[in-house]
Structures are given as structure tokens and as C-alpha cells.
Ligand binder design. Structure first.
Ligand code: UDX
Length: 453
């Protein structure tokens, strides 16, 4: 059995908020600190600041149970716990490197407010070597403040949450990576994470640098699988093969497996694009040119515009004045996150060509509007059927469940069949053909060759 521990989580973005809530749900007393006063005020009212299944109920429940509190007062937050997690953002710089200013600023804040020894966990995704920088920053600030007698350990503790399933991933982790060379604090760390061990110990101890690289290697491996499949889909399209058959055929080999081999209109989100670029940048800093990673990134860029090429070829380069229904804006289903979403490039291409867009997404329309600004050529619809009204074609960018079951009724009720550009291969090409609909999937050469007959 584990007893309740006080934890402070700095940064109430996606990662910080989810981790904080899961600690609270497991019975720890969690204090969340953020400099954004509006965000803290909203969280204190029990309002979630991001969409993530299950989050809202858990915030309300744990705030009411007094397991969870939110503050902008750094002194109170840092004072209240021995375990301090840094979970602030590390956005990409122009050159692909990760911007560490927020992480290092928080390190200084911790030093300024600590009055006893601390365990500092770096949850933010940070390049190899950052934990050493965090450690130096805290040490220097302590020296400046004449508090060098205070002890602290910096622990690399990367997260592996998937948006849309973050609460579940956090509550039932595959592994908990702990990069720490200070063996004296291992038991305390084990204790903090003990509630997350179900059938066996999930905590893996390793040195700090290996833990830092584990995070990047995991995301880059997953991004590589996707780019590999996207490249296969390009080959399939040209040789007349169906990538969906190929996917099933290769996934049956347990060494390959069925996970993360779905071709599509490119990967997006806050992690893969940023992390692949950051690891390329870190490799170059140590005089190594990574060939695979550079290709993973290049293939993804190409893939994001692939649907536009199909549109262009179908309409023989003439999309000016046409209207396109766009189903799905978010970078993946079950999230409202628009970061690096392939839909953004598709919208841009359509608008550049003089077309209009009727967009529908169950969750991400507001975030899309915030990124693209008000534009009279884009209409955000309340229902997927509304987006089809008067459209010359349908483009699918996100595989929300409601589209999969969009039993072609919505399409077959249209006055005339419109072409469908399916960026997530959610429809059956044969059924589409049966309905008399021109269908363009990703890597579905079979449908292309039959259509050409
Ligand atoms: C990812 C990692 O999965 C997670 O472990 C890490 O902590 C953060 O980054 P996330 O960004 O939430 O999580 O999204 P994920 O579900 O991994 O999907 C990323 C992108 O890859 C999406 O755009 C998705 O559509 C795409 N994808 C995924 C594919 O194109 N094909 C696949 O087979 C799987």
C-alpha cells in the first residue's frame, strides 16, 4: 500500500494537467502552479482548459475531495511539496531545436522559493542534456541566493501520453521512465509512482541521458512507422496495389504488428513533428547527420499535400470557385488539438487555389478558427451533413467515428454524386464505386486502376 504524498506540478498544459489529475485520483495531494491567471481561475471553477475524455469529471471530483488545488502563487506551491514536476512547454524554434526558456525559468523559480531539499522531475519533453542544464540552473541560483546547502535531485521523467486517451494512458502506463543517478532517492520515487503499478512494477530506472533519449527514440520510432507506411502507400498507388491489404498482410507478423501502421494524410500533433525535428537538430549538434529521421520528416511533409494533388488531378487543376466539404480538422480524433494538423495545409491549398471550404469537426472548429482567423472563404458547420450542402467534393482529414458510420446515406442523398478524397482510408472503395462515387483513398491503387477502366 502507498500513502498519500504532496506533489506540485508546474505547468497546467496538456501534460501537466493530466498527470496532476491522475496523481490526485490516486490519492496524492496535488498543487498545480501556472503563471496564467485566467487559466488557474477557470480550473478553480472546475472548467477544463483542454478537451480530453474523462478529464472534466476527474477535475471536479478531485477538487471537491481537496486532493487537487490550483494556484499562481509559486512560493506556496513550491513550499507545499518535496516532489516538484516541471511540465511547461518546449516549443520548436525555427531551426527545429526545442525552446528551453520556460523550463529553465521554472528551474530558477524552484531555486528561489525552495527552503528545504527537493526532488525535481522534468516531465516536459526536452532534448538530451537538458536535465543537466536544469540542475546547473537550480544550483547557480541557489548559490546566488546563498542557499547552496539545500539539496536537490533532478530526475528525467518523460511522459508517453496519447491525446484522446491521455487519462487512461496516465492511469495505466506501459512504463514509467526514471532517469536518475542518485540512488538514495529511488525509494521515494518508487513510492510516488507506486499507485500506478498494477500487476508489476512499471518504474524503470536508468541514467538521465538514456531517459531523455528514450522519449525521443519512442516518438521517432512511431513517426518512422507512419512515414514508412505513407511511403509504401505512394508505391502502392503507382503499382496498383491496395495499401490496406498490404497493411493487414504485414501486420500479421508479430515482429511488425498492427499498431501504428495506418497510412494517412500525414502525422501531426504537438509531439511527432516537433520531436523528430528536435532529434535531427540534437544529432547535428554532435556532428551526426541522421538519415532515417530526415527522411521521416521529408516524407511527412510530402504526405500532407498528397490529397491536394489528388484533388488537383481530379479537377484538372481547376478548383477556383469550387466548394469543398472538409470532414475533420483536428490532427486526430477525440481531441480538439489543431497543432500541425494536416487539415491546415489542405485548407491553405484549397484557399490558395480560389476554392471555398465548408468545414466540420466535432471539437476542433474553434481552435481552427483561432489559428486561421476569420476568413469569408471558410464556413464552419454545426453538422457534417451541412458541410455537404452545395459541395463539389468531400475531403476527409480526421477519422472521427461519426464519419466512419456516416453510412453513405449522407452522400447518396445528394442530388449528384461528388468525389470523395479520403485522407484516412475510412471508406470502402468498392462500396463507393457501387454508389457511383469517384473515390480517392491513400495508397488504394486498386480503386484507382478500376476507376481508370
Ligand atoms: C504521441 C505518442 O503516441 C505519445 O506516446 C507521445 O507521448 C506524444 O506523441 P499524440 O501526439 O497524442 O501522441 O498522437 P498519436 O495518437 O500518437 O498520433 C500522432 C499522429 O500520427 C496523428 O496525426 C495520427 O493521425 C498519426 N497516425 C498515427 C497515423 O497517421 N498513422 C498511424 O498508424 C498512427
Amino acid at each position: 500500500m502507498s500513502s498519500s504524498i504532496s506533489v506540485t506540478v508546474i505547468g497546467t498544459g496538456y501534460v501537466g494537467l493530466v498527470q496532476a489529475i491522475c496523481f490526485a485520483e490516486m490519492g496524492h495531494r496535488v498543487c498545480c502552479l501556472d503563471i496564467d491567471e485566467q487559466k488557474i481561475a477557470r480550473l478553480n471553477r472546475g472548467e477544463v482548459t483542454i478537451y480530453e475524455p474523462g478529464l472534466e469529471e476527474l477535475i471536479r471530483k478531485n477538487t471537491a475531495a481537496r486532493h487537487l488545488s490550483f494556484t499562481t502563487d509559486a512560493s506556496e506551491a513550491i513550499d507545499s511539496s518535496r516532489h516538484i514536476l516541471i511540465a511547461v512547454g518546449t516549443p520548436s524554434e525555427e531551426d527545429g531545436s526545442a525552446d528551453l526558456q520556460h523550463v529553465l525559468k521554472v528551474a530558477q523559480t524552484i531555486a528561489e522559493h525552495m527552503s528545504e531539499s527537493k526532488l525535481v522531475y522534468v516531465k516536459s519533453t526536452v532534448p538530451v542534456g537538458t536535465n543537466a542544464k536544469v540542475s546547473n540552473t537550480i544550483h547557480q541560483r541557489l548559490v546566488e541566493l546563498d542557499k547552496q546547502h539545500l539539496e536537490f535531485s533532478v530526475i528525467s521523467n518523460p511522459e508517453f501520453l496519447k491525446e484522446g486517451a491521455a487519462v487512461q494512458d496516465c492511469m495505466r502506463p506501459d512504463r514509467i521512465i526514471i532517469g536518475c543517478e542518485d540512488t538514495a532517492v529511488f525509494d521515494e520515487i518508487r513510492h510516488l509512482y507506486m499507485p500506478f503499478n498494477r500487476n508489476h512494477d512499471k518504474v524503470m530506472f536508468m541514467d538521465c541521458v538514456s531517459a531523455e533519449l528514450t522519449k525521443y527514440a519512442a516518438n521517432c520510432m512511431l513517426a518512422t512507422k507512419i512515414s514508412f507506411m505513407n511511403e509504401m502507400s505512394q508505391i502502392a498507388e503507382r503499382v496498383g496495389a491496395d495499401i490496406e491489404q498490404v497493411r493487414l498482410g504485414i501486420g500479421a507478423d508479430p515482429r511488425i504488428g498492427y499498431h501504428f501502421i495506418y497510412p494517412g494524410c500525414g502525422y501531426g500533433g504537438s509531439c511527432f513533428p516537433k520531436d523528430v525535428k528536435a532529434l535531427i537538430h540534437s544529432s547535428r549538434e554532435v556532428d551526426f547527420e541522421p538519415q532515417v529521421l530526415a527522411s521521416v520528416e521529408a516524407v511527412n511533409q510530402l504526405q500532407k499535400t498528397h490529397l491536394l494533388e489528388s484533388v488537383d488531378s481530379h479537377f484538372k487543376g481547376d478548383i477556383k470557385g469550387r466548394t469543398f466539404a472538409l470532414w475533420g480538422l483536428a490532427f486526430k480524433p477525440n481531441t480538439d488539438d489543431m497543432r500541425e494538423a494536416p487539415s491546415l495545409q489542405i485548407i491553405k491549398g484549397l484557399l490558395d487555389g480560389g476554392a471555398r471550404v465548408l468545414a466540420y469537426d466535432p471539437k476542433a472548429a474553434d481552435n481552427c478558427r483561432a489559428i486561421l482567423g476569420e476568413n469569408s472563404a471558410i464556413t464552419y458547420c454545426d453538422h457534417k451533413e451541412d458541410a455537404l450542402d452545395g459541395a463539389d467534393a468531400l475531403i476527409v482529414c480526421t477519422e472521427w467515428n461519426e464519419f466512419k458510420a456516416a453510412d453513405m446515406n449522407s452522400l447518396s442523398q445528394l442530388k449528384q454524386a461528388i468525389p470523395v478524397f479520403d485522407g484516412r482510408n475510412i471508406f470502402d472503395p468498392d462500396y463507393m464505386r457501387y454508389q457511383g462515387i469517384a473515390y480517392y483513398g491513400i495508397g488504394r491503387g486498386l480503386s484507382v486502376s478500376k476507376r481508370a477502366r
